[in-house]
Design a protein. Structure first.
Length: 331
């Protein structure tokens, strides 16, 4: 079911009126509340994930969200419990694999992400676990004999049916995740930029890596309930990558990541309410458009900088006749 199925009004270009119409539906109020929470948490945690080059681990956790939700439906417990339980458990497994693959990772490029730290053996192990749990998700779906939302809703997400209790759960888990990220943020940034120097300064790099993976699992479980298991990257990667394209200042980049995630989520909700297309399509499309715009601005700025700093031979000033030119000086 699409959000537009519940809407009987057309877009009026009066933002106040349009939001009043959308917020007259209780399910849309919960959708905007849940979207705001998820966007903020995903934007903050996703920024560190992109910085640490752990998108492979994030992708694995997003896949795990599907069997978690399917298993919760099969045994008759809350979907949120299945999402958070499976994702956080998988995060701990990945952390254990990182420790087990430490010896292989030392021959690589340091502690620079799930694909580099554990080396090829760790990547293969995470891929095997990911494939097995994805197959389990389809098995749980097949074993369920009742009325299920369907694999499409679990894979691509839906805002329909989100209750006030679920919004409260998302808010509580999101607040805990953000508080934990605030506590470990500074040493985590140090360990992400230069793990070897951070370890030499006494920063607990391994412990920080494990704690961050748990936070990443919680954030992925939250985002998967909105975008679905296959579109988590729309909120976990694209806003963070866009912000890092725009500025290299950590604080500003982190704030931009959160703002971009919030903007694309609410824009996606508005678009999906008035047009009969899936919500995940709009959120992903808006986030991708923002990334392309930021990349274009950066590319154009770099082109102008290169053209200004490296002038061609014809633009060099010519010396006046009889003026000596010393070595090391421009003519």
């Amino acid at each position: 079911m699409l959000l537009a199925d519940a809407a009987s009004n057309s877009w009026s270009w009066n933002l106040l009126t349009d939001f009043q119409v959308m917020w007259s539906y209780p399910f849309m109020v919960n959708a905007f509340r849940a979207g705001a929470v998820v966007a903020v948490v995903a934007g903050a945690v996703g920024w560190f994930m992109v910085l640490r080059r752990q998108t492979f681990a994030g992708h694995s956790l997003s896949i795990v969200a599907f069997p978690g939700a399917a298993f919760a439906t099969l045994v008759g417990v809350s979907l949120s419990l299945g999402y958070f339980g499976f994702c956080i458990a998988a995060a701990l497994v990945i952390a254990a694999l990182r420790r087990g693959g430490r010896g292989a990772g030392r021959n690589g490029n340091g502690d620079g992400g799930a694909q580099q730290v554990g080396g090829a053996q760790e990547s293969a192990a995470i891929g095997i676990v990911q494939a097995f749990l994805l197959a389990c998700g389809y098995l749980f779906t097949a074993l369920y004999k009742g009325l299920m939302q369907g694999p499409q809703a679990l894979l691509f997400g839906s805002f329909l049916g989100i209750t006030t209790a679920q919004v409260t759960t998302l808010a509580v888990v999101g607040a805990v995740a953000l508080a934990g990220l605030a506590v470990i943020g500074r040493p985590l940034l140090f360990a992400s930029v230069d793990p070897q120097v951070a370890a030499g300064r006494g920063v607990p790099v391994r412990l920080l890596s494990t704690l961050f993976l748990v936070l990443l699992g919680a954030a992925t479980a939250e985002a998967a309930q909105i975008t679905g298991a296959l579109l988590v990257f729309a909120l976990m990667v694209l806003p963070a990558a866009t912000a890092q394209q725009l500025t290299a200042r950590p604080g500003l980049s982190l704030a931009l990541s959160v703002l971009i995630g919030f903007a694309v989520t609410w824009l996606g909700l508005v678009a999906a309410f008035y047009w009969p297309y899936p919500l995940g399509f709009f959120v992903t499309s808006f986030a991708f458009a923002a990334f392309l715009a930021a990349h274009t601005v950066r590319a154009l700025g770099g082109t102008r900088l290169r053209s200004g700093s490296r002038p061609g031979p014809g633009s060099l000033p010519r010396p006046r006749p009889g003026t000596p030119v010393r070595l090391g000086e421009s003519a």
